[in-house]
Design a protein around this ligand. Sequence first.
Ligand code: WT7
Length: 679
Amino acid sequence: MTAASGSPDSEAQISVHWREEDYYQPPARFIAQANAADPDIFRRFDEAHFPDCFKEYAELLSWDAYWHTTLDTGNAPFWKWFVGGWLNACYNCVDRHLAADRNKAALIWVPEPEAEDTRTITYQELYRQVNEFAAVLRDFCGLRTGDRVTFHLPMVPELPVAMLACARLGVIHSEVFGGFSGVACGERIADSGSRVLVTMDGYYRNGRLVDHKAKADEAVRAANELGQQVDRVLVWRRHPGRYTSQTAMVDDRDCFVDEVLAEHRGAVVEPVSMPSEAPLFLMYTSGTTARPKGCQHSTGGYLTYVAGTSKYYQDIHPEDTYWCCADIGWITGHSYIVYGPLALGTTSVIYEGAPTYPDTGRVWRIAERLGVGIFHTAPTTIRMLRKLGPDEPGKYDYHFRHMTTVGEPIEPEVWRWYHDVAGKGEAVVVDTWWQTENGGFLGSTLPALQPMKPGSCGPGVLGVFPVIYDEDGNTVEAGSGKAGNICIRNPWPGIFQTIWGQPERFLQIYYQKYCRDPASTDWRDWPYFAGDGAVQAADGYFRILGRVDDVINVAGHRLGTKELESAALTVEEVAEAAAVPVVDELRGRAVEMYVALKPGRDAGEEIEDSVARAIEREIGKIARPKNVWIVGDMPKTRSGKIMRRVIAGISNFADVGDVSTLANPEVVEEIRHRIQREK
Ligand code: WT7
């Protein structure tokens, strides 16, 4: 079978051959206890029951007032879910569990230094911490319902505490992944209009105490340059009472959270009842322009969707010890470390550091020690653990009953190691396909009722109806062996509401391509364009091929080619830049940068280095290119557009197709020659 894709810059063209894989059946022991084991659930969530099927998810929550309209499509495609309903997300994740489960662990935090004690935070303790921090945000910072606040926090329990404190007040949080640079954080502060930044002095990673507060100063400077004033920087201390950053605290701006908290001991802040449609948080992601997109998620629809999918797809039971080994700084962490699991009142594990430090047994040791039953991670981590510690799982006495993979396509061989070795053949594996924009899973298998198939995420999840369209909007039939653009035919409660401050981009990027009638208020006329290439097998299972837009998925992190190129262009000598994905054994894809210099500038290692450093400074370490190639010229169309697809083809030693229509076809051979010599 061959995957072809219509879009010219399509990454999907890179992965082309595969064979059908055999099914794996869930163990009987799993089925016997699963939250969704009765196939009647497929009838309850079929198309005839849309949108009211989602009431079944909404009823998992405690509402202050019930909705009168399940789905309002009047202002399509700005869907409104559970209109008329009121609730508080923090109340749902914390307060309501106190009566029965006050002293049960809500969060278990494993710090990186093994000598440091694991911290268990009960629901009662979480309640206390969230109330006190909410008092700080409200009374000390003056934040009110609808205000935005940016967090630049690492993997510490203070992060979920801060999120829930915002949710309690109806303040919109925007967490920027801790690994992002200060500049990237500053851009997001400015875009969201945050006056307050919450950060931490340092955190441990790979044996080192990272100076994180240094980034806060850069972030505030970058935000200022973009016209956004930051009045307050709240600094948590990784070791309360001991400040470990090398940067000075700025008078009247910076303060230590532990000191301010001392003034708010025992504070109780009533949860503010919010309309279902009130925004809960922003999560920035990359797209086709350099400006990041603040995906705005709702309170009622989002929480409903993550609670429902956590219950049926993650199979979370209140008595579980559940570990999603992702960073809370990504949507996975928001939905499936914090909001989903806590809404269901389970115990959610979080950890500081890296999965391979101090050794490749770390993850399995934690699983053994804490008795983890549900484990969730990304293909990149699985590939790394499989390569560096293939036999480690067998050395530890843990037993998973459920495992998840998310974020990138997983190769069947890697899937099998995950299932057979990491999971010891005892667990179901669900591959969950979705995006920052989506709030929760879109494509997956319902673990007790649908068999697993390595490399395929599965069919659409309950109440979600995906379809593959070709470039002209014709349906690509299941089993045809043809690839196309995967779209979702209907809205679902977890879908983001808009791009913060850019509603026209929201429309244009996600809905314009396949909208049948811009005046229509019928959801059937507004398929959601996901930006991924996919194929659907005859059994209805989807295989996701990768992005069809200008986004590169590195180790499950989305990087926009435009952002990378803008960063490269900050280097004085650089005239033109192109970022392309190359296949990478561990990270799925890696970034390679091609740059052409201004006339009269000499190529040299210093420039390659400056480009790599500029990308690190502007975006973060995760974006650091695998190679920087300085070339004489870029392959261009006659209208002067740089042909990334052609460069990507050369970089991956693939066929680049017909280049005779280029303005400068001769550079293709020049670049190819150079790459073949040096790679
Ligand atoms: C992109 C979204 C939402 C979780 C974290 C990533 C790719 C995501 C899978 C999967 C194949 C996947 C897609 C998607 N992707 N999950 N199970 N199989 N590809 O969120 O950063 O918004 O990235 O990740 O290309 O569009 P994100």
